[in-house]
Design a protein around this ligand. Structure first.
Ligand SMILES: Cc1ncc(COP(=O)(O)O)c(C=O)c1O
Ligand SMILES: N[C@@H](CCCC[NH3+])C(=O)O
Length: 408
């Protein structure tokens, strides 16, 4: 069941969302596991020969991880925390790839404790090759290259262009030699162009794959895999076109035609973004300039993306249809920051106190980037599956916020 290419906010049934808000209160995240499976099916149809690793950072909830582990995909993890959550949710260590950025010592130590010998580590710095050798790590390693080109929904996430990520192309042979000398098997190459790539970013994405292909063919090493990262975008704005998955798959295959190694991809957003909504309720309404400010109970601590990237998330009123009256509404949160604006200048029904809103495409990088700033407990997550709903992450309490303080 591949489902529609994209599930827009208007495609969600209103009744179950209203019911969830009544039962669990707001703010609350909803994640539809059936939609996650549909997204996976579409990816697997477009990339039938690729090994798919789910980028856990997009949504590390156990229900999501179990769904994907059961479907037989692997996990791409950015930290020991993500590795632990993936293993706990049922991923086999052999299916886990750890791709740290400037791996903290605590992460590397933790991997050894957790039987990390069977996990593949993607190394992004010469130093980390030494640091793994010093710790007696015996697993396989892959080398992450810095391709020098990136793409994504904003410059902030065009990772491939940022020197922080990966080893420069001209130093990759040196890194492979250093790793081999220290007894490691270098089994793969890795590159990631960036996140939220839509059709206008395909050329840059392609360039990254061509770069990794040329590094792979120049190396005198048998590679088990070439991992071209994730980044498949989802059209959050109503005027954006869905990503042409077949075009990206064909171009990837062509670019790698001379490379004799398994293709790996590691999507996060594509699997979960349109499977999630964030529910929030209006508490205050006040005029501002030519429009209205609707103050809701979700803020940048629940959904950071608008404040961090100026990201667009569609917003819809789930209260009873109120024909006619629409106003220019900005939806603002309860955090004492001016950037705590979830949606700016949208045409919405004249807001009313108690009105229920849904924010779309919040299944990816929503709950994962939530914080306790202003000492606000994080929202719960409710999973939908096969027509049923279930609380899978409870609402935090103020006690949870206080609990990590040490008595003195
Ligand atoms: C190394 C790596 N792999 C995979 C991903 C997943 O990206 P996306 O959620 O855009 O598919 C990211 C995030 O951008 C990443 O940094
Ligand atoms: N967190 C980002 C994407 C970056 C992913 C990690 N490299 C977002 O919300 O769009």
């Amino acid at each position: 069941m591949t489902g529609p290419t994209v599930r827009r906010l208007d495609d969600w049934d209103r009744d179950p969302l209203q019911e969830i808000a009544e039962t669990h209160g707001t703010p609350a995240y909803v994640i539809d596991l059936d939609r996650v499976r549909e997204n996976l099916d579409r990816l697997q149809t477009a990339f039938p020969d690729a090994r798919l690793l789910y980028a856990v950072k997009a949504n590390a909830g156990r229900a999501v991880l179990q769904t994907l582990a059961d479907a037989g995909v692997g996990a791409e993890c950015a930290s020991i925390g993500e590795v632990s959550r993936a293993l706990e949710a049922g991923f086999d260590p052999a299916d886990v790839q750890y791709t740290p950025v400037n791996a903290p010592a605590r992460d590397l130590d933790g991997l050894l404790i957790d039987g990390g010998g069977t996990i593949t580590i993607t190394v992004d710095a010469m130093d980390t090759i030494d640091r793994l050798a010093e710790r007696g790590f015996t697993g396989d390693i892959a080398i992450r290259i810095h391709p020098g080109t990136g793409a994504g929904h904003s410059d902030a996430v065009a990772t491939g262009a940022d020197a922080k990520f990966g080893i420069p192309v001209d130093r990759v042979p040196e890194a492979v030699a250093a790793a081999t000398e220290r007894g490691f098997d270098v089994v793969g190459l890795h590159a990631h162009a960036g996140s939220g790539i839509l059709n206008d970013g395909l050329a840059a994405h392609q360039e990254v794959i061509e770069t990794i292909a040329s590094v792979a063919t120049d190396l005198d090493t048998d590679l088990e895999f070439v991992d071209v990262g994730g980044g498949f975008g989802v059209p959050y704005r109503p005027d954006e076109e869905p990503l042409d998955l077949d075009a990206i798959a064909t171009a990837t295959r062509e670019a790698l035609s001379e490379v004799d190694a398994e293709l790996r991809i590691e999507p996060g957003r594509y699997l979960v973004a349109d499977a999630g909504v964030l529910l929030a309720r209006v508490n205050t309404v006040k005029p501002a300039g030519d429009g209205v400010l609707a103050g809701v109970d979700a803020g940048m601590t629940d959904l950071l993306r608008p404040a961090l990237y100026d990201a667009y998330h569609p917003i819809r009123s789930l209260s009873e249809d109120r024909a006619g009256e629409r106003e220019t509404v900005s939806v603002v949160g309860p955090i004492c920051e001016s950037t705590d604006v979830l949606a700016r200048d949208r045409r919405l029904p004249k807001p009313e106190r108690g009105e229920l809103y849904a924010l779309g495409f919040t299944g990816a990088y929503g709950i994962e980037m939530a914080s306790q700033y202003n000492s606000r407990p994080r929202a719960p997550v409710i999973a939908m599956e096969d027509g049923a709903t279930e609380l899978v992450r409870r609402r935090e309490t103020v006690e949870d916020v206080i609990d990590s303080e040490v008595d003195r």
